[in-house]
Ligand binder design. Structure first.
Ligand SMILES: *Cc1c(COP(=O)(O)O)cnc(C)c1O
Length: 377
């Protein structure tokens, strides 16, 4: 099946009792036993499992081409479950430009558990090889990256990680399984903040891990999920499945819109540089063409004049909304240096744009008036 069909059907059959085509929401936290004390169905207690969570997990397993999936209350809770499945003393290799919450999690929270973090530039495979020592238990990959939208070679990094005996995790939040399937490229696990493109409507928080193999590490992750209980509610799962039904078509349109916006910004005299692997001039272009089926809906650009010019430009926007997060139907813009810690190396004039489903002409016109019209076409 093609991904459009999988997205529409995975994890669902019409209800055999009522014939309902759309799934019911099972809010019940507990499930009845019969006279002989046997459970009537496949469920016991909602922290362990629930029909809506199971539907979402089956859907994600199919989308990533994995063996199993585990859903969490947020992307960060999913990342935490990976850390909690590691042994004390384990070294985590991560890119310096990984999602800041992930770095903070390993460095600040799990340092006290004995996890050790090494940050490395994952565009430089030799540097990764040199950093992957015998105590490396986890290689964390994130591509395209935040906020410079850099692309790294998943297959090459996964093979370095596997050679070192480490678990290889790819945060696939930005690309989604529509554009990139990490398990096929050698990763053990794909991670999602389903809060972003999968939910897709900026109205539900969630996270997930999808595994290529139901191995011993995965059993530990499952144990953390059901014992720790950082699970999404049935309604959260239902909303996320509802979002996934249109995922491939949304991502395709967002990618098309982002391409239009990137071209416009690239030609604009008020813009110093555009970071978008869909542009032929971008350093990640060739790799993205090989590894991804489209460059995605995320881009960033640097406004000439730095911080003040960038903030003034977004202050003039009328359609594009100033807010953090990404992957929703509406376009969002964020001045990254304002939300990152003081030691961040993000250029002060950098703006990150999550391109939504508006008409691309309206987005280009909005950016054009905000940047001062000069150079608009
Ligand atoms: C948002 C995000 C996360 C964290 O997910 P939450 O659902 O906010 O906890 C992790 N990785 C990436 C790439 C993200 O964009």
């Amino acid at each position: 099946m093609r991904i459009e069909t999988t997205a529409v059907h995975a994890g669902h059959v019409p209800d055999p009792v009522t014939g309902a085509v759309t799934p019911a929401i099972h809010l019940s936290t507990t499930f009845e036993r019969d006279e002989a004390n046997a459970l009537r169905g496949a469920y016991l207690y909602t922290r362990n499992d629930n029909p809506n969570r199971r539907a979402l997990e089956e859907c994600l397993t199919a989308l990533e081409g994995g063996a199993d999936a585990a859903c969490f209350a947020s992307g960060s809770a999913a990342a935490m479950a990976v850390c909690q499945a590691l042994e004390p003393g384990a070294r985590v290799l991560a890119p310096a430009d990984a999602y800041y919450g992930t770095i903070k999690l390993v460095r600040d929270v799990f340092a006290r558990w004995g996890l050790r973090l090494t940050l490395v530039d994952m565009c430089d495979l030799d540097a990764v090889r040199a950093a992957a020592g015998p105590d490396t238990r986890l290689v964390w990959i994130e591509t395209p990256s935040n906020p410079l939208v850099r692309v790294v070679d998943i297959a090459a990094l996964a093979s370095i990680g596997r050679d070192a005996g480490a678990q290889v995790v790819v945060d696939n939040t930005w690309a989604t399984p529509v554009l990139q399937r990490p398990l096929e490229l050698g990763a053990h696990l794909a991670l999602h903040s389903t809060t972003k493109y999968l939910g897709g409507h900026s109205d539900v928080l969630g996270g997930a891990l999808v595994t290529g193999e139901a191995d011993a590490f995965w059993e530990r992750v499952r144990g953390v999920q059901s014992t720790g209980g950082a699970v999404p509610s049935p309604f959260d799962c239902w909303l996320t499945v509802r979002g996934i039904r249109t995922l491939p078509w949304r991502v395709r349109a967002q990618t098309e819109n982002a391409g239009r916006v990137a071209q416009f910004l690239h030609a604009h005299p008020a813009v110093e540089v555009v970071h978008y692997p869909g542009l032929a001039s971008d350093p990640g272009h060739t790799l993205a063409q090989r590894q991804m089926r489209g460059a995605g809906g995320m881009l960033s650009f640097e406004v000439r004049g730095g911080r003040d010019a960038a903030l003034a430009a977004i202050g003039r926007l009328r359609i594009i909304t100033r807010a953090t997060s990404l992957g929703g139907t509406e376009s969002l813009v964020e001045h990254r240096a304002s939300v990152e810690p003081p030691e961040s190396r993000t250029p002060p004039g950098l703006l990150r744009l999550s391109v939504g489903l508006e008409h691309p002409d309206d987005l280009v016109e909005d950016l054009s008036q905000a940047l001062g019209g000069a150079g608009s076409r």
